[in-house]
Design a protein around this ligand. Structure first.
Ligand SMILES: C[S@@+](CC[C@H](N)C(=O)[O-])C[C@H]1O[C@@H](n2cnc3c(N)ncnc32)[C@H](O)[C@@H]1O
Length: 307
């Protein structure tokens, strides 16, 4: 039998070979096998670890050494301070996407206090991290009191939607002011035709999406960790913009005047998107902005409908 700190050291030496943050990954792994928090782990450091638990940790490290992401191994990832379940059917939420949540909250906070009904659509919800974090912030800041903020979130992957529902139920106890509908759909076309009725009646104030946006020809160059994530969550077609085009064209008829789209985009897509937006401006009335992430790379497109 070994102790927690000795096992921590030996796992660290192994993970150093494959991980950019071996220290963090070892802690995550040990918390997972010991079913404890990071704070509790510190207190356990000199304790003996049962052989079965040690073997479990070694088995999981083997998986990690083969290149499997730690988040899929332990089954969750923190996003906007909350613990989101993930699975190989979902993209692992990225820190830069937290800025999309901030942009959405800024947009919502700009609405006049008299606006009591707000409807939000997310396309490609994956784990649900964007919509659920928006809702969770609105609930915790009491913004949702005396208001109804409705969320419709679609995904083409039914398995991802199962994870999103699980996350919603574990993160938001009282959903009465922030009702959610998760819909299995290709962009905004539901696979279950009975849901057509529901969707055709909706008009949205805000559309958020982190769509797949990697140009198909670049998929093979992605880091090996990313290669384990679902291709459907990454592949943005020939120029990376194919889902973005579809979102604007297919969702526009369901938007309200003064509504906004907030989209995460590929850093190299700014020029091709500008061309596309110039084309769109012949048919749609809007103004738009490109915004950077914290590394200074262009990462978001916001589009405000003006008529
Ligand atoms: C980049 S992931 C984003 C997931 C999550 N919103 C996030 O930010 O972590 C894109 C998501 O879009 C979904 N998706 C891909 N094509 C779609 C389509 N045609 N209609 C709806 N969802 C789609 C994928 O299954 C995936 O969950």
């Amino acid at each position: 039998m070994t102790t927690v700190d000795k096992l921590e050291e030996s796992l660290y030496l192994k993970l150093r070979e494959v991980s950019e943050s071996p220290d963090l990954e070892v802690k995550l792994l040990l918390c997972y096998v010991l079913n404890c928090t990071k704070e509790e782990l510190v207190l356990l450091s000199s304790k003996e670890i049962p052989t079965a638990v040690e073997n479990k940790a070694l088995e999981l490290v083997k998986k990690r050494l083969l290149g499997y992401p730690i988040d899929y191994i332990i089954g969750y990832r923190y996003f906007y301070n909350d613990k989101f379940y993930v699975s190989p059917d979902t993209l692992i939420p990225r820190p830069e996407t937290e800025l999309l949540v901030d942009l959405a909250l800024t947009e919502i906070n700009s609405y006049p206090p008299s606006k009591k009904n707000i409807s939000i659509l997310e396309i490609g919800t994956g784990t649900g991290c964007i919509s659920i974090s928006i809702a969770s912030q609105l609930v915790s800041k009491h913004y949702s009191e005396n208001r109804e903020i409705t969320f419709i979130a679609t995904d083409i992957s039914e398995n991802a939607l199962h994870i999103a529902k699980k996350n919603l139920n574990h993160l938001i106890n009282d959903q009465s002011n922030t009702p959610f509908n998760f819909i299995h759909a290709d962009i905004y076309t539901p696979f279950n035709k009975e849901e057509n009725g529901l969707l055709s009646k909706q008009r949205y104030d805000l559309i958020v999406s982190n769509p797949p946006y990697i140009p198909s020809s670049r998929l093979k160059d992605l880091p090996s960790l990313v290669q384990h994530e679902p291709e459907i969550a990454l592949d943005g077609g020939k120029d990376g913009n194919s889902l973005i085009k579809r979102i604007v064209e297919e969702v526009w008829p369901y938007t309200k005047n003064n509504s906004a789209f907030i989209l995460e985009i590929y850093e190299e897509s700014e020029n091709s998107l500008r061309e596309l937006l110039n084309e769109y401006s012949k048919n749609y009335n809007f103004h738009y902005k490109f915004l950077p992430d914290l590394t200074g790379r262009i990462r978001f497109l916001t589009l405000h409908r003006t008529k």
